[in-house]
Design a protein around this ligand. Sequence first.
Ligand code: ZN
Length: 503
Amino acid sequence: MSQTLYRTLCEHVAETARLVTVRELLEWDERTIMPTAAGPYRAEQITLLSRMIHSRRTDPVLGDWLQQLAETEVIAEPHSPQATTVHRLQRDFDRQTKLPASLVEELSRQSILGQQAWVLARKNDDFQTFQPVLEQIVDLKRQEAAAVGFDDCAYDALLDEYEPDETTANLTRVFAALRAELVPLIAAIRSSQRGPQTDCLHGDFPIDAQEKFGRQAATQIGFDFARGRLDVTHHPFCTTMGPRDCRITTRYDPRFFSTAFFGILHEAGHGIYEQGLPADHFGLPPGMYCSLGIHESQSRLWENLVGRSFAFWQYFFSRARDVFRASLGDVKLEEFVGAVNAVCPSLIRVEADEATYNLHIIIRFELEQALISEQLAVADLPTAWNEKYREYLGVESPNHADGVLQDIHWSSAAIGYFPTYALGNLYAGQFFEAAQQSLGDLQATLAAGDFTPLRDWLGERIYRRGQCYSAAELAEQVTGKPLSHEPLMAHLRNKLEPLYGLV
Ligand code: ZN
């Protein structure tokens, strides 16, 4: 009886997933190849699908089924696919149904208006016109937190949407420890007389050669092009529209090597995770990514821990030199690896290097938390922004466009999202350290161009588990430790201190 009910539930949710993936396909198309004039009709298509998806997800019958199943043997085994399905769906159902329809509508309206206002404000370098719009959004997000409910602080309720079970208190503790070590390391790098030159990354890098080389590297680390594609877009992303259809995107700069190459490794990392999720549970919690932080850990692991390592380039550099002879012909391996690991405090998050990136995120986490807890008024946000940039990174933006107005997130009501980027770096450091300990001489394997042992190791411990464990549980299981700043800091010190003559 309960097994039949469980199957009915799964079929309902799998059907919703089909609608979600149709929406993904429409969005992928919009961001890659859609003619611009098609925009308004596409918006109507997406809005209709979103309404259908929302109504299926909040259908009272779903609530009834979940309640009935919560009292049966279906959920007897914790962390089993069945128990995971029921628990995760219950969580999502509770969150969705706690939000009054009027608030959901108002949030969606304000996030569209917010993005339009943000585009203009950024273009005109004008925070004042954006301020009332952001005040509205912050107010709505506080209402959202109140409706969802929280134990400790309102920000917890917002964070929970992106990083289930993570808490503000835990992040505050770990980020503070990371900041305390990172700020002096970056200050020492700034004042060092030694360091790598990055000239070799700027030059003649024809787009078709970049694409070929990027595809080759993505294939070699394990992105399966029989079940995926690589296309061009303005703001790169990875999306999945079926159990055997994962799309990654990138953008090319014909005068700069790093944008596309490391972008492709990053998105391929996301894609390898998606392709490694259990296909037989597609669209259901056991077949879905654990959290945004864990997703980002996979992209960062391949982009930074693997893709910027000396071992990786021991294998790939001669190949890169063959492809980009005009620019890299006379460059030495050591010089090139130094260049791709250069650290330079800057204003723009999306262009930041591996080390300073985390401080960009910590700044945003501290500020958005202060906004939600009413310790900071939106009017004072630009001043607070500049103070933190001066204090943590030693830089200050001459304008708002490259300062407080640089990101789309707040304008689109995505408050609570930023920490998942830094969590990605922290988890990546932790997973990679554990992989090194368990795989013997991993560096030698990578230097031989063999990425299978690492990928299989991650697949077995992370990809195949879907949402059967929370991010925190996964970290404990895979690494034997809770979330910590130490592996990432050790990785950065080991690499950067010698590079900048600090040891
Ligand atoms: Zn990413």
